[in-house]
Design a protein around this ligand. Structure first.
Ligand SMILES: [Zn+2]
Ligand SMILES: [Zn+2]
Length: 324
């Protein structure tokens, strides 16, 4: 095994995969070291994979949204699969995957600051990446996310969004898939379609709704002011989203982020796409976006025992968010 390759180690105590990626340690942190922004002229430094302009992929290299392979990747496309077992107990492996960055043109404009057609372009870009990852046949779970601000783990102030395609399914996602599958087998219906129906019906935790999506605070939130955006049409992977749905998603997505921007004094947050793995069909799964503001600070109970304590009910949180 080469020294700088990413290793995936299995923790037998928790049934979890842990990623050890020496290359990630070399990445600069531009929040502390003030120097030229590497993303403002990214096309001169790295060979981009895709250019998007006016809502479509652009072959003339014009762009307002660009996809580049991460300079400090967790996973690389061209690596040989290796698996090593130590002491008949420890398993570690090396597997190919993807780690791309989606960068939007403006240095100081986040998704919430962009006009609707540019937000739509961002989602068109994600859809096309998922189709590409699926075609490769080498990935399982996909992780699309954004770190907004230092507290949320961002290392560069220029807005960028990460797209990882992993050769494994991590424990929390596997657990979620199992729960969807169990509910489907027992009730012959999708768990998230059922949740959407409840949230639309009683409106206690509802924040926003349009033709194709609803946004709400989850019944048992993991983070204070956590929000979920869920499609009304049941599909398991984001690459099945239609043109009209992209327009509706852009509107509700922006609305939610503007609540965070305007209602709080400089809020750091993450957002994630919960999507089915790409290795086969998962018809019982229902994709959705989750937003996690970084307000609460994790202590021993959260870190050691996974017990999150919220100082406010999600019904009260939704009431505040609706007014923002
Ligand atoms: Zn920049
Ligand atoms: Zn569903």
């Amino acid at each position: 095994m080469k020294k700088d390759k990413t290793e995936i180690r299995y923790d037998i105590l928790s049934n979890e995969w842990i990623i050890i990626s020496p290359k990630r340690g070399a990445r600069p942190n531009n929040f502390q070291e003030i120097k030229d922004c590497p993303f403002c002229d990214i096309e001169d430094q790295e060979e981009p994979k895709h250019y998007f302009y006016k809502g479509k992929e652009n072959k003339e290299k014009k762009w307002t949204t660009i996809v580049i392979p991460n300079k400090f990747p967790v996973f690389e496309e061209d690596c040989t699969i290796e698996e090593i077992i130590e002491n008949n107990l420890y398993v570690k492996k090396i597997s190919p995957g993807f780690h791309d960055l989606i960068v939007t043109k403006e240095h100081d404009k986040f998704i919430s600051d962009l006009p609707s057609d540019r937000v739509e372009e961002f989602f068109v870009c994600i859809k096309s990446l998922l189709i590409e990852y699926k075609k490769s046949g080498i990935v399982k779970q996909v992780a699309i996310f954004h770190n907004r601000g230092e507290k949320a783990g961002a290392s560069q102030p220029h807005p960028h969004y990460q797209a990882l395609a992993l050769p494994i399914i991590e424990r929390e996602h596997q657990n979620e898939l199992n729960n969807f599958k169990k509910f489907y087998s027992k009730n012959n219906k999708c768990l998230h379609c059922e949740i959407n129906k409840i949230e639309k019906g009683n409106k206690k935790r509802l924040i926003a709704e349009n033709d194709d999506f609803i946004a709400f605070c989850p019944f048992a939130p993991k983070m204070l002011f956590q929000i979920i955006i869920s499609p009304k049409r049941h599909t398991s992977s984001f690459d099945q989203i239609g043109e009209k749905e992209i327009k509706s998603l852009s509107k509700i997505f922006k609305k939610i982020l503007l609540k965070y921007d305007n209602g709080f004094d400089s809020l750091d947050y993450n957002f994630f796409l919960h999507n089915s793995p790409l290795d086969k069909e998962y018809p019982y799964f229902h994709w959705y976006w989750s937003f996690s503001p970084r307000i609460n600070c994790f202590g021993g109970l959260e870190m050691g025992f996974g017990l999150e304590i919220s100082p406010m009910t999600p019904e009260e949180q939704a009431k505040i968010l609706r007014k923002m």
